[in-house]
Structure formats: C-alpha cells, structure tokens
Design a protein around this ligand. Structure first.
Ligand SMILES: [Zn+2]
Length: 482
C-alpha cells in the first residue's frame, strides 16, 4: 500500500464549531434527530447541477456511538457515521445543490482506529489547541488520509469521543476542520450526543455542527466576523447569525447559506467532488439533471440524477443508478434507459418509437422498468433495436438485474426512534455479455471506442391524473468509458 509522506500539515486554523442549539425539539438521549426539516430547497438557479461530496469516514475506538451503535439506533458504526452526514446534507447543503453522498466501491471501508495517544484524556479523546495544530491531530489526519488513499476524492472525517486541552481539561470545541493542509481537507467531530462539551446542552446537534465543519473544509469562513479563525476563501461578512457558518453568536436556527457561500463551496476545491473528470476509470459519468419536473401536489416522478459506473473490467458490468425525487408512489411509473451503444446515430432506431417523447437517435438498446405499488412491485423488460422496430427480449438470468434501493433515515420523537424511508432509486446492472456479447478483459478495455450515449426517461401519472415525463439528462449525452 502506498503511504503518503506528509511532511507538514499547514494549518488553516482550527474551525471551532460554535453552533448554538437545535430547533429539532428534544430528542431522547442518544437518538439522532432532524426530522422536522429534512431538506432545505436550493437557492441556486435551476440550471446549476448538483454536485456530490463524499465523506470518507474514520472513527476512534472509545467514542460511545462507535463502541455501541445501538445507542443511536444503528446496527454498526458505519451506519452511525453515514446517517450523520446524510442528515447534515439533507438538512443544510441541498441549499447549495451539494449532496453529501455515500462512498462506493471495493475500497469503501470506514476506518476504525485505536486512539494513538492515551497520555491525555481517555481513549477516543483528541488534544486540541485553538491556535495550533496538535501532534495528535496531525497523526490522526495522516492515518485518515492513508486509509482512504485508494479513493482520492472527497474529504475525510474522523469521529472522536471528545476534545480535550493539553492539560486534560475539557475543551469547548465540538468539531474542528482543516481545509488547507498537507492532506486532503478533513474534519474531526466529537460524539456530541454524549459529550455536548462545556458549552452545554445546546451543542448536542451533531448533524448541524457537522454541516458547519463541512462548510469549513469546502473553504468557507465564519460569516459573522469571527476573525479568530483563519480561512482562505475571503471573508463573507454579512453578520447573519442565522447563517450555517456563523461562529460565536449562532442561534438555534443557524442553518441557512448565501449564494456567495455556495459559489465558494462548489468551486474552491472542485477536485474534491465526485467524480473528478478522467480521474476514476470506474466512473463513467455523473449526469445531472438541469431541472426538476414533478407534479407539485405529490412530487411524484422526478428524475433526480443518473449515475453510471463503469465496472466492466473488474466486475464485468455497467451499473446505472436512476435516482428519484423521493419515494415511489402507489401508481405505476415507467423508468426507461435508452442506450446508443456505439454512439453512432446511423445505427439503431429513434427512441420515439419505444418511448413517446424521446428525441434520441441511434438507440440500440432500451430498458423499461415498471414500478408500482410504492415500489413493492417492479418489472424489467429489455428491448433491442431491429429493422422492424424495438423487440422485447427474453431475459437470461445474470445478464441484467434491477434492484429498487431505499435509503432510510432515523428520526426520533418523544416516544421512540423511527426508521423513515426518504429516498428510493433504481439500480440497473448490465453485464458485459449483454452489452458486447462477452469478451475477455483485454477486449473489454477496448469496448465502446466511441463512447456510448444514453438518456433516462421517467413517465408516469400524478395524483391529479396529469401525465408527466422527465428526462435525465435533458439531452442524450455521450460519455467515455475511460
Ligand atoms: Zn466554525
């Protein structure tokens, strides 16, 4: 394994999370809570695409939620961490059209470390200094970065027990972030549900503090003139204590962002976002929808995004993820994937011959996934373009698979923790055999010399009977596999 030698971590000094309070009610001890405001709307123009930031998590043994995930109603520490950042994203960062996504792939194992320095505090505690990088933070940042060496995008996060001063006393710091250092940007966050720090009970909302720290790793400064903290993106001084990036003086509702902040967060460290053009062979493309199209009454049928993963060389398949605007309805919707495999408009058929509304030329393969009964039922049909028109093919097991995936969040009330489905998507796996009639690994590397062109289309009926059609991307787009 490659080990980066990090000679020096230059500090963009510690960003102290000083977010006060939570407007999410009073969660029972230990249960994560942000159920009342799952998603803030985008403040960016419609044509601005979503970007995805992956949080490459690690954790220290000794933090209560890591040692016993059931305290937070989770089954393992990975779910504790994943759900924290999913909530932080949905509750705050959708304003900037930034999705805090999961990590993907065979190297996507969260790191779990023993505390390297037990001389101060107890296991899981990290020594901080508000004006300088401590040796323990530097060591842990390098450990975290090395653990995710095989996945160069995203930021690293480290879940710790709590922060202590060099003399062993409790620190008021809840989270700390370094945007400009020898490693990729990283943040550490305490187990705030259990150790809300000397500043008290109001600092208990881990998700909000986490969202604030992510602002720092994306290059944002404190928004309200807290010049005790260094940052490198210029000062955004509008003295708004409602802002997510407010420092001292934050209020219970400090979670909004400004367009100027979104511009910095989306562009300052553009190479953190996933995927980076040409950097990851396995990822063909992330196709962003340039607008949402859904029935306003029930938000049915919007294609949120389409992601394509090129796993032909390692797993022998192309994976396409079709996102939705939320959850499937009880009504039947059709999700189509139209593929122009040779990226040649002269071969294949016009997509309009199989999906009314399609304007894609040269379609060689069409896949229809009918979803009904709120995702309880689905049916997949494969069509190939032939001279007489699109013809359904009998499916050979193993060549094509369709899975409906549901993401859930835990929320809590005075009574209990609850598992709430918030997002569903369709995962389609197309095998190499299906796409190219087999082939060796070497042959696969030469597949699709012209790239391929694709578009997904959703067609369905809203609650009021209105027929809705949505495409992602809006125009069929050619993508390269390498
Ligand atoms: Zn801060």
């Amino acid at each position: 394994m490659l080990h980066k030698i990090v000679t020096r971590l230059r500090s963009c000094l510690g960003m102290v999370a000083l977010l006060l309070g939570s407007n999410c009610g009073s969660p029972p001890a230990g249960c994560p809570d942000c159920s009342d405001d799952l998603r803030l709307p985008s403040i960016l123009p419609e044509e601005v695409p979503f970007r995805m930031l992956q949080v490459k998590w690690n954790a220290l043994n000794g933090a209560p939620s890591i040692d016993d995930p059931s305290l937070l109603c989770e089954e393992n520490f990975g779910e504790v961490l994943l759900n924290r950042h999913l909530r932080a994203g949905l509750c705050n960062w959708t304003q900037c059209k930034i999705l805090l996504g999961p990590v993907i792939g065979s190297t996507a194992t969260f790191g779990l470390f023993d505390d390297p320095d037990l001389s101060i505090g107890v296991a899981g505690d990290v020594v901080v200094n508000n004006t300088a990088l401590t040796p323990e933070i530097e060591e842990l940042a390098i450990l975290s970065d090395n653990h995710w060496n095989a996945q160069p995008t995203g930021v690293t996060g480290l879940a710790v027990r709590s922060f202590v001063n060099a003399d062993g006393t409790d620190s008021p710091i809840n989270g700390i972030a370094f945007a400009n250092s020898g490693t990729r940007p990283f943040f550490f966050i305490g187990d705030l549900e259990f150790f809300p720090s000397a500043l008290g009970e109001v600092h208990r909302n881990t998700e909000r503090v986490l969202a604030h720290e992510l602002g720092h790793v994306l290059g944002l400064c404190h928004a309200n003139g807290d010049d005790g903290v260094a940052c490198n993106s210029g000062f955004v001084d509008f003295n708004d204590f409602g802002n997510l990036m407010s420092g001292i003086g934050s209020s219970a509702s400090s979670r909004t962002l400004e367009v100027a902040q979104c511009d910095i967060a989306r562009t300052r460290y553009a190479d953190l976002f996933f995927p980076v053009a040409d950097a990851q062979r396995r990822i063909v493309s992330l196709l962003d929808e340039r607008g949402e199209r859904f029935a306003t009454a029930d938000k049915s049928l919007d294609l949120y995004k389409t992601m394509v993963f090129n796993r032909l060389s390692e797993a022998g398949e192309l994976t396409v993820l079709i996102g939705t605007n939320g959850l499937f309805t009880e009504r039947k919707n059709d999700y189509w994937l139209l593929l122009n495999l040779d990226n040649n408009l002269q071969t294949g058929l016009h997509g309009g011959r199989i999906v009314p509304g399609s304007d894609q030329q040269g379609v060689d393969l069409a896949l229809q996934v009918e979803v009904s009964d709120s995702g309880e039922r689905s049916k997949t049909t494969l069509y190939t373009a032939e001279s007489s028109g699109f013809r359904p093919q009998s499916l050979v097991p193993g060549l094509l698979s369709t899975t409906l995936v549901t993401s859930e969040l835990y929320t809590s009330s005075a009574e209990a923790c609850q598992r709430v489905p918030v997002f569903q998507e369709i995962e389609i796996r197309l095998s190499r055999e299906l796409l190219a009639n087999g082939g060796t690994a070497e042959e696969v590397a030469r597949l699709f010399p012209n790239g391929l062109s694709l578009q997904t289309i959703a067609v369905g009926t809203a609650a009021n009977g209105e027929v809705i059609l949505d495409k992602c991307p809006e125009r069929p787009r050619a993508i390269r596999l390498q």
